[in-house]
Ligand binder design. Structure first.
Ligand SMILES: Cc1ncc(COP(=O)(O)O)c(C=O)c1O
Length: 443
């Protein structure tokens, strides 16, 4: 009998995992699962890599943890150098989760404005249909009603603008007019709050759980960054899910043609081996904070945890040595096109989109109107359960259209998955969606 706390609240007992190797996991009954989403887009080089395990073990043997504010370590310096090479930014606060990275970004933005002599800049703007994490401020910044409702009374107010969704255009807005419309909306929201009170604007270059791997349209990043710069508002890119290489470039915002002031990363950074995240920021911000307070006033006990950094270094070395980002840039667009073609016979597949190995499939009840399935059908839960039954781990979620209805499935395979493994993920997803759609109650 599983411990009661091990049950999923909607699905009941979950498979008990025994071990993982590469793109596969096995449960204690011997059932094999192909990990098509790296859990929630975490496992960038797959499971059980002996090189990472050996690096972590060696670090643990020497010292598990040297307190960041007393010591430096090889793994801290190596990881920092890797991030600097990848982003061009040399300043970062390490965390052990994406939520803490976002929370750190918020505090860095606040401190920067304070130390510059603008202490009134304390407001943030976030987008609808976004997810920034589980701490109170990260949840408040998010636009994900079903994850927010229970806590909303405790939130501080956050400015809100539309998602950048080229599949679901705001009414009266054309595809060509979308970017200008969204930039004007951000301008209006900053004006409404009072530009001199706004500290930062946060967005995911490719929206994860809240949007189903929904990429910002061409030109969006440059347009919103221009609005922010004009008002002294910091641009914060939340790359916790889409960053650290998942889209085929290390910094997801590179494809948007912008350099943010602050970038948050986690997930693929250490690929699930040990928890690691970071808020990475510009020299300008670092200099202001250094002059004001001697440095950032944010950090945790486990900031820069030595063994976690050793895991991150080992993962990042494998990504570099095996040329995995080039592999994603080459294979990603072809794989996405293949998936689109293989799902074309299902009219309920409304959209297949994404960047690199971060692909979203959006389901619709009516392909003409793009009307979502009723939330009560629980389509995303059915897809998850059918996936597990057929040995596919994917990442379905719901509420994308109105906070309750709207189902998507994210695929986010390991960067080093073989062509055959990517084919298997695609085969299984097609079979899962066919089975779930065939089994839906008739209207
Ligand atoms: C874009 C984004 N930001 C922040 C977070 C929070 O990260 P964590 O769950 O590691 O705290 C997530 C988690 O899914 C995320 O997708």
């Amino acid at each position: 009998m599983p411990h009661p706390s091990a049950n999923d609240i909607t699905q009941g007992p979950l498979p008990r995992i025994s071990h993982g190797r590469g793109v596969y996991l096995w449960d204690v009954e011997g059932r094999k699962y192909i990990d098509g989403s790296g859990g929630p887009a975490v496992f960038s080089i797959g499971h059980g890599d002996p090189r990472v395990n050996a690096a972590v073990a060696a670090q643990m043997e020497r010292v598990a943890y040297a307190y960041r504010y007393l010591f430096t370590t090889d793994s801290l310096e190596e990881m920092s150098e890797i991030i600097t090479q990848a982003t061009g930014l040399a300043e970062m606060v390490y965390t052990t989760s994406g939520s803490e990275a976002v929370e750190s970004a918020v505090k860095i933005a606040l401190q920067y404005h304070f130390d510059r002599g603008e202490p009134r800049r304390v407001q943030f703007v976030g987008r609808k249909r976004s997810w920034h994490g589980n701490t109170l401020m990260a949840t408040a910044l998010s636009g994900f009603e079903e994850r927010q409702r229970a806590f909303a009374g405790a939130f501080r107010a956050v400015g809100r603008v539309s998602a950048a969704n080229a599949y679901r255009l705001p009414s009266g807005v054309s595809r060509e007019g979308l970017v200008a419309h969204l930039a004007a909306e951000l301008e209006a929201e900053i004006q409404r709050l009072g530009p001199e009170t706004v500290a930062g604007f946060i967005f995911e270059p490719v929206v994860g759980a809240a949007g189903g791997a929904l990429p910002a349209p061409e030109g969006y990043g440059r347009a919103v960054a221009e609005v922010c710069r004009r008002h002294g508002v910091l641009v914060i890119c939340d790359e916790v899910m889409c960053g650290s290489g998942r889209t085929g470039v290390w910094r997801a915002s590179e494809d948007d043609g912008i350099m943010p002031d602050i970038i948050t990363v986690a997930k693929s950074l250490s690929g699930g081996y040990l928890p690691l995240g970071a808020a990475v920021y510009t020299q300008e911000i670092a200099d202001v904070m250094a002059a004001g307070h001697g440095g950032p006033l944010t950090g945790h006990t486990y900031t820069g945890h030595t063994a976690c950094l050793a895991a991150g270094v080992a993962v990042q070395r494998i990504v570099q040595e095996e040329g995995l980002l080039a592999r994603i840039r080459d294979k990603g667009p072809r794989w996405q096109a293949e998936l689109r073609a293989r799902l074309a016979h299902l009219p309920e597949v409304g959209d297949v989109r994404g960047r690199g190995y971060f692909i979203g499939v959006e389901m619709v009840a009516d392909p003409e109107t793009k009307a979502p399935f009723a939330a009560a059908l629980g389509l995303n839960g059915r897809i998850r359960a059918e996936g597990l039954r057929r040995g596919l781990i994917c990442y379905p979620s719901g509420g994308h259209v109105d906070g309750a209805a709207g189902d998507t499935v994210i695929l986010a395979p390991p960067f080093n998955a073989t062509d055959a493994e990517l084919d298997e993920i695609a085969d299984k997803l097609v079979a899962v969606l066919e089975a779930v759609l065939a089994g839906l109650p008739k209207a």
